[in-house]
Design a protein around this ligand. Structure first.
Ligand code: HMG
Ligand code: MG
Length: 302
């Protein structure tokens, strides 16, 4: 029997300050968000989604987006990204020292409507303009496609719609697409079916995976993706997170658990374990509740 070959290094996109905090009822004070983001960058994470320029009435937990984006100490070699839903959000992002704009839409109509109050077709028109203007202003653009593996309102999602929207987002000019398992219903077989279809059209480095761990399948889905040559994963420190407009959505795949599994498999993440762990304990203290990740509960063993 031969041992399977995996990539030698993986890029982790830390989404904790955005996806992790957006669904929390506790408002983390702005100065603590800034301190946490600074700790994340000093741990070696080189990609951090710091906030969201959405309507603050929709996401009150991130209503301090500008102050956070302007308050962080930007480290060299770190990409700081923020979620942008429309032109109003882009104007706010362009006024902040953000490197990358993340646009988002869903592969299912009902979730898209609940999340951004528009049909998918209307959203495509908005995002095409946002992407064009962001690029004209020298920002790179990342795309998220949500509910790829299942929708909280419609159940199964048509893979042809996933392919159509992937093409649509790349045609707009996004650099990278993150495939979202918004409510944590993906399984390794489904992951490989979707990736097989998309990797016929786009190279592996253009695709990232965004798993929520609602039913405990996120890490198995990471392994299934690694087997397909995927090297980019979104995760949230301590497993915080979820979409407030997707009933049943719970925590993201935990960055610390992901880092633990990858490094123990000999896959480089370039993150310093002790600094990552302290940053997890810091946000746990600010949230005033135990975090879900295994490594916060049971520690990191080398
Ligand atoms: P809307 O109410 O339809 O917006 O919301 P509108 O264009 O009709 O404007 C209404 C008011 O909102 C106006 O103010 C606008 O100025 C204001 P008024 O004139 O009434 O005073 N407004 C804004 N204010 C600040 N920033 C903005 C902005 N836009 C409008 N950008 C909108 C449409 C898209 C804004 C709203 O639906 C929204 O903010 N939705 C965001 C929901 C959200 O953040 N969801 C979670 C993120 S997605 C996710 O978690 C999934 C992901 O993690 C991947 C996965 O897991 O699958 C990415
Ligand atoms: Mg998410």
């Amino acid at each position: 029997m031969t041992v399977r070959r995996f990539p030698t290094s993986v890029h982790i996109r830390e989404v904790g300050p955005r996806d992790g905090l957006q669904n929390e009822s506790t408002f983390v004070p702005t100065k603590d968000k800034i301190e946490w983001i600074n700790q994340l960058s000093s741990s070696g994470l080189n990609y951090i989604e710091v906030t969201s320029f959405v309507n603050p009435k929709w996401i009150p937990a991130l209503s301090d987006a500008e102050i956070v984006a302007k308050g962080i100490q930007k480290a060299p070699n770190v990409t700081y990204a923020a979620l942008v839903p429309n032109m109003r959000g882009l104007i706010r992002a362009l006024d902040s020292p953000i490197d990358e704009v993340s646009v988002f839409l869903s592969a299912s109509e009902s979730h898209n409507k609940k999340n951004i109050n528009k049909t998918i077709r209307e959203t495509e028109v908005v995002l095409a303009e946002v992407t064009r203007e962001a690029i004209a202003n020298h920002k790179s653009v990342r795309g998220y496609l949500s509910t790829v593996f299942g929708c909280p309102f419609e159940g199964k999602v048509d893979i042809n719609e996933v392919i159509r929207l992937t093409d649509s987002l790349f045609e707009m000019g996004i650099e990278e697409l993150s495939l979202g398992d918004t409510i944590g219903v993906a399984n390794p077989v489904h992951v490989q079916i979707v990736l097989e279809a998309l990797l016929k059209r786009y190279p592996q480095e253009k695709i990232a995976m965004h798993f929520h761990n609602t039913r405990g399948t996120a890490m198995a889905n990471v392994l299934a993706s690694l087997e397909m040559g995927i090297t980019k994963f979104d995760s949230s420190l301590g497993g915080l997170g979820g979409c407030p407009y997707a009933p049943g959505a719970s925590g993201n795949l935990a960055t610390d658990d992901l880092h633990y599994m990858l490094t123990s498999m000999g896959i480089q993440t370039n993150i310093q374990t002790d600094k990552l762990h302290s940053a997890a304990l810091f946000i746990q203290d600010k949230m005033n509740k135990p975090l879900d990740s295994y490594t916060v509960k049971y520690g990191m063993k080398d």
